[in-house]
Design a protein around this ligand. Structure first.
Ligand SMILES: [Ca+2]
Ligand SMILES: [Ca+2]
Ligand SMILES: [Ca+2]
Length: 171
């Protein structure tokens, strides 16, 4: 039961700190800017920069925890709206604010690699490139449809694991 309501928030949080390599479509979800079906490092960097600018609300070049939380909340709302537009049911219940805050704090910590309490673009890029490399299994600097598919399958497994672990815990 708990699994479905957590999922929206988890996906939103993942989407904020990691490039959406595996996401096929969506206003912020598709880094394949020129639509040729492969995603390059420069497309990822452009997508990260756009996301960073959006989250850095006061444009001072750093994302604070408050900015991060605000962005996360907005994203979760947007995802819910989009799901509803497509006729799917959103999470049955909202994440409680406490829960969302806790999750945001964890995500923030992970993204703030030097632990100075703010996320700068370089930190996001670094994470993005790490992830890019892990998805680009043949190492040609591009992520093609097959690699994307493999990544999506991996994500699905991860979500499933998370759900199962939650189910175990609530038993
Ligand atoms: Ca800022
Ligand atoms: Ca930092
Ligand atoms: Ca590749």
């Amino acid at each position: 039961m708990k699994s479905t309501l957590m999922l929206g928030g988890v996906v939103a949080a993942l989407a904020l700190t990691t490039p959406a390599i595996a996401q096929p479509r969506g206003p912020h979800g598709n880094p394949d800017a020129n639509g040729d079906g492969v995603v390059t490092v420069s497309e990822i960097n452009a997508s990260i920069a756009a996301r960073f600018a959006e989250a850095d609300r006061n444009n001072d070049g750093a994302i604070t925890q408050a900015e991060f939380e605000a962005e996360l909340a907005e994203r979760a709302d947007r995802m819910k709206e989009r799901a509803e537009e497509r006729g799917r049911k959103g999470p049955r219940r909202e994440l409680t604010p406490e829960r969302r805050e806790r999750m945001a704090a964890r995500m923030f910590e992970r993204a703030d690699t030097d632990g100075d309490g703010q996320i700068i673009l370089a930190e996001m890029e670094e994470k993005a490139l790490e992830r890019f490399a892990s998805v680009d299994t043949n190492g040609d600097g591009q992520i093609d449809a097959d690699e994307r598919k493999a990544q999506r399958a991996k994500m699905r497994d991860r979500m499933k694991d998370m759900r199962e672990r939650r189910a175990d815990r609530s038993n």
